[in-house]
Design a protein around this ligand. Structure first.
Ligand code: MF3
Ligand code: CO
Length: 256
């Protein structure tokens, strides 16, 4: 089902979105050399509760995972790219960390992800990966407006990732979002312009380009959740929730 939000729900989405952006920014600042992923998970839970919001993850048990996720944030270190379940792992200088957070407040969800290098050293390869996902996300947002099609967004994202030299995995991509985190339409990270659902005001979408350095193949960790690059190469992921407005798109998941 595709949900079209009314004005009051979009107002609520602005509140949830800003919270997601602020929590991610705080976590980014606190994620330094020596930080344990389980601390990041605990800080997230504390901030969600303090804000009067709810986790979209903790009880989430979709077919692509094993049982409920059981944590409050996805933490992907280096080769872990999607659905990274926090473990008792300590961050090292130069690690590429992806944080993906979805929460709900007043019945409206928002979802965003950031990738960054821990500490100050980081291979140029990591900088390029992160840069490609951020530019692809910006390109997808730039074409999102009433009358545009889902395929236009997919094409814009895929062009940036492809031009940067990455092969694109189509098993996981962006999605509609609203009263629940994962809704139709699916937004592949590559596609043909002019195809698919036509965007209209009140539609909320989570766009999420992600890439792996030298493969498009994923493997599932023994935890039944964490998806890693099949070759062990580094990966990155960037995501925002946007609302289609009368004249374009508004990014909801920026800190206020
Ligand atoms: N927020 C993720 C996405 O971007 C989904 C994570 S589901 C979880 O769509 F259960 F792993 F947390
Ligand atoms: Co998402």
């Amino acid at each position: 089902m595709i949900e079209i939000l009314d004005r009051s729900d979009v107002d609520k989405a602005r509140v949830t979105g800003a919270l997601v952006g602020e929590i991610l920014q705080t976590l980014r600042r606190r994620s330094t050399v020596g930080t344990n992923l389980l601390d990041i998970d605990r800080w997230t839970a504390e901030m969600i509760v303090a804000a009067g919001a709810e986790s979209c993850y903790v009880d989430y048990a979709p077919s692509f995972g094993r049982g409920p996720f059981g944590h409050y944030i996805c933490t992907g270190v280096n080769d872990a790219v999607l659905h990274g379940r926090p473990t008792d792992q300590v961050l090292a200088d130069g690690d590429l960390l992806s944080l993906d957070l979805a929460i709900s407040k007043d019945g409206i969800a928002a979802d965003a992800a950031i990738s960054f290098i821990v500490g100050d050293a980081g291979p140029a390869e990591s900088v390029a990966l992160i840069d490609a996902t951020e530019r692809a996300l910006a390109a997808g947002i730039a074409v999102a407006a009433p009358g545009a099609r889902i395929g236009d967004i997919s094409h814009a994202i895929g062009t940036v990732l492809g031009d940067a030299g990455y092969s694109i995995n189509t098993e996981f991509g962006g999605h509609g979002i609203g009263s629940t985190m994962h809704q139709d339409p699916h937004i592949s990270n590559t596609g043909r312009p002019g195809r698919g659902y036509t965007l209209r005001p009140g539609l909320m979408l989570a766009l999420e380009p992600w890439v792996m350095t030298d493969t498009a193949r994923l493997i599932t960790d023994s935890d039944g959740w964490t998806l890693r690059s099949a070759t062990g190469c580094r990966t990155a992921h960037s995501e925002h929730t946007i609302a289609i407005t009368d004249d374009g798109a508004e990014i909801l998941t920026l800190p206020r």
